[in-house]
Ligand binder design. Structure first.
Ligand code: R5P
Length: 324
């Protein structure tokens, strides 16, 4: 039995006496859990020490939970690597070959990618919201293919980034380009925004036509990006010294695809990049401009997640492509 005393509402002449209720059985307060009437001897596993598990993404061990969780939506926790499908080309060159109808040609590929890199326009209009893997949102833009491409600005606000529940932001950095400083400033502003909300930033090293694509350049561009806060960096593969690019960069390097190659050459490039320390690929044209995009992305997965050789992956591609 419990006695509950409810105090009077008012003071002064009209004050009421306190109300006393005698409750024989107290019902539980709505919304609160039942009392824990579990077994007497609880299991605290006193012999099992708690473990601090290191986070699997390079350079991300000191990041907050939300940031790590988002990185785990980009990099597959089983292999530690990613097959990211890049379809953001329209942000500066309009309806690129293979991306004329994203709904028809790209949506069927979604089950095969770990993450999808794209603009918010295509995301909102065309990608089903039931897609739960990583969205890597193109966050810089401005000039079209007709103008100076390095003249980019930040192209999205923090509130829209949160609204879209993205896993990471992508920003172009033009080291050595005409608007180098502005592009680096875009990166650092986005890193500040990302750090505020727990959203990682991927720097994309863009190389001007007149610049030499060698390991020395990519060491410079990727290291600057990481030093200034990028959480991972997308960069091109170079045959000579790619492992020095990945070694000198304290965050994961994801290999950029580049222009369309023959399938065996693209798979060889991906396999070499993985062997050289890349944490995955972010490929566009070499997947969606392939004769058989679904077969090609699955072949790329074999290389990235299962360490298949390029020849093994090509055989897999052929087997899928010729399947009736
Ligand atoms: C440009 O620099 C963008 O990041 C691209 O639109 C895209 O991601 C490039 O992909 P790929 O070279 O593999 O077609």
């Amino acid at each position: 039995m419990r006695v509950i005393c409810i105090p009077p509402r008012r003071r002064g002449r009209n004050a009421r006496e306190p109300t006393v209720i005698v409750a024989t059985a107290l019902t539980r307060i709505p919304g609160m859990p039942e009392a824990d009437h579990g077994k007497e001897a609880k299991e605290f596993h006193l012999d099992v020490p708690a473990v601090n598990r290191p986070f699997f993404v390079k350079g991300a061990g000191a990041l907050d939970w939300g940031m790590q969780n988002r990185l785990a939506r980009v990099f597959n926790p089983d292999s530690g690597k990613t097959v990211m499908l890049a379809i953001d080309h329209g942000y500066f060159q309009g309806p690129t070959t293979g991306l004329e109808r994203v709904d028809v040609d790209i949506v069927p590929l979604l089950p095969h990618c770990d993450a999808l890199m794209l603009t918010r326009g295509i995301l909102r209009t065309t990608i089903p919201a039931s897609f739960t893997r990583g969205i890597v949102l193109r966050a810089s833009g401005g000039p079209s293919i007709l103008k100076e491409l390095s003249d980019e600005k930040i192209a999205v606000d923090a509130d829209d980034v949160c609204r879209l529940n993205v896993a990471a932001l992508a920003v172009q950095v033009f080291v050595g380009g005409e608007f180098e400083t502005r592009s680096i400033h875009n990166l650092t502003r986005l890193v500040d925004m990302g750090n505020r909300f727990g959203i990682p930033v991927m720097a994309v090293t863009a190389v001007g036509k007149e610049m030499v694509r060698d390991a020395k350049y990519f060491r410079l561009a990727t290291r600057i990006s990481a030093e200034l806060g990028a959480h991972f960096v997308k960069t091109y593969y170079v045959a000579d010294g790619f492992d020095t690019v990945t070694a000198a960069c304290p965050v994961p390097i994801v290999m950029a695809g580049g222009k369309k190659l023959a399938e065996l050459d693209a798979l060889t490039m991906a396999a070499n990049a993985i062997a050289g320390g890349a944490a995955g690929v972010d490929m566009g044209r070499n997947i969606f401009q392939s004769d058989a995009p679904a077969a090609m992305i699955q072949a790329v997965r074999k290389v990235v997640h299962e360490n298949a050789t390029a020849k093994e992956a090509l055989a897999f591609y052929e087997s899928l492509r010729t399947k009736p």
